[in-house]
Design a protein around this ligand. Structure first.
Ligand SMILES: [Zn+2]
Length: 446
């Protein structure tokens, strides 16, 4: 029985993978019509099975027939992680028994911790859609075979299904007998695993990869570089991306994933942003009033997941900041292109006048300085911050600190006390993510 169901799953996966590599290059009209058909199906499903949507449509005097396209989703209110955390049962489909659903937990470091329940069909179709990204990785690596992937596990990942279920199980099976490598392992341990396994692709959080390679380079440690690194979840500092490309010849690709939207988007060879899998994820960028931002203008990412029925998520705010690209991608893919602004909107400091300053505003002097590889800002008081830095080799601490104080005071106030402390290691969350901001000051306006 077990073998039969596994054979069935593999056949199902193979069937749904056909055509995925070409899909992003197909006509935009087809992507839009697929998206709108999926909107109609999901709204009808939501109305039938998820209490929140039935109540909301009834309250607004709408029926599922009133929502025909992704544009019509604007007629429904926005929801957020706080809603999912407070009343998850209102969004979970009554069609499924609890044990039929697979929980995915948010890290919590980037917002309020919450859980999204995906059904098996959505997870398997997401695996199949991964082929849109993996096919381009195979071309970059120059291999037609299945890629050898070394995935650094999150030390506290509370989602065992991801380990058991995602395509990694192929890689994990081949690596059977070899100990798993965690993002919390030392640089030496991870480099030894790279030497021993020689993967095509090393997969981890951006901040973990940033620390790993910056540390290896600073200490002159030798290792067999993978052909490619792929990161998700948080940013890889630009200076480290250059180091990987130029010094080690490693190609760098990123994917845009969230617990609310498993395969939201991926970076292509043109490295211009993320192509959104818009046929399955209807994405909007909205301003503070909830109105759509024109291309090029940064706003908050709002996603409607048209695939997951376990927990129905329409108009869900992700907390990420991004803008639509103003020009089509030169790669020829017609999936819409999104540029993610660094940092989540909860990452903010306060100026000495008590006004919030978003990470988008204060980050440039930290992010654009090639001498700075990693950073973490802690705000102790309205007029006092400290900045921990991991510096590039040979960078003069005193000069970096002076430039940084000048840059930060320009946006935070000239009276801001700024302690700059070079560090070998920055404080990470339990999940191994680097937090760029540690805010110790309660919101002054609250
Ligand atoms: Zn592209």
């Amino acid at each position: 029985m077990h073998m039969l169901s596994r054979a069935y799953r593999l056949a199902y996966l193979a069937w749904h993978t056909i055509g995925q590599a070409r899909y992003p290059f197909g006509p935009l009209e087809r992507i839009v019509s697929d998206r709108d058909r999926h909107v109609r199906q999901m709204v009808a499903y939501a109305y039938r099975w998820a209490p929140y949507y039935r109540e909301t449509l009834d309250r607004l005097g709408l029926t599922p027939a009133d929502i025909n396209t992704a544009d019509d989703l604007r007629r429904l209110p926005l929801i957020s992680a706080a809603d999912l955390q407070a009343e998850p049962h209102r969004f979970i489909s009554r069609q499924f028994a609890p044990e039929a659903l697979w929980p995915h937990h948010s890290g919590g470091s980037t917002g309020r911790p919450h859980t999204v329940w995906h059904d098996r069909r959505a997870i398997w179709l997401s695996v199949a859609h991964g082929e849109r990204e993996t096919s381009l990785h195979r071309r970059v690596v120059g291999q037609l075979r299945r890629l050898r992937v070394l995935r650094l596990h999150s030390p506290v990942s509370s989602t065992p299904t991801q380990h058991a279920f995602w395509p990694q199980w192929g890689a994990d099976r081949r690596a059977a007998g070899l100990p798993p490598v965690s993002m919390a392992d030392t640089t030496e341990t991870i480099l030894a695993a790279l030497d021993a396994r020689q993967p095509d692709v090393l997969n981890a959080y951006g901040s973990v990869l940033g620390h790993l390679f910056a540390d290896a380079h600073r200490r002159g440690l030798a290792f067999a570089p993978p052909t490619m690194v792929r990161y998700v979840s948080d940013a890889l500092p630009d200076a480290v991306r250059r180091l990987l490309n130029e010094t080690y010849g490693i190609a760098v690709f990123s994917a845009y994933q969230a617990v609310e939207a498993l395969k939201l988007g991926f970076e292509c060879e043109a490295h211009c942003g993320y192509h959104i899998n818009a046929d399955h994820y209807a994405v909007r960028i909205v301003d503070e009033a909830g109105d759509d931002c024109p291309p090029g203008v940064v706003g908050e990412v709002v996603v409607s997941n048209l695939l997951t029925r376990g927990m129905v998520l329409l108009n869900c705010r992700l907390g990420d900041r991004a803008a639509w690209a103003t020009a089509p991608c030169p790669c020829g893919r017609n999936l819409p292109l999104l540029r993610l602004a660094a940092g989540r909107n909860i990452e903010r400091l306060y100026g000495t006048d008590g006004q919030p300053v978003s990470i988008v505003t204060f980050q440039p002097p930290l992010r654009n300085d090639a001498r700075i590889w990693e950073y973490q800002v802690t705000q102790h008081a309205l007029d006092h911050i400290s900045v921990a830095l991991v510096l590039a080799p040979g960078a003069a601490e005193r000069e970096v600190a002076a430039d940084l104080r000048r840059g930060l005071r320009a946006v935070l106030g000239q009276d801001m006390r700024i302690d700059v402390c070079p560090a070998a290691e920055l404080q990470r969350t339990g999940a191994g993510k680097l937090r760029h901001v540690i805010q110790e000051v309660a919101a002054p306006e609250a």
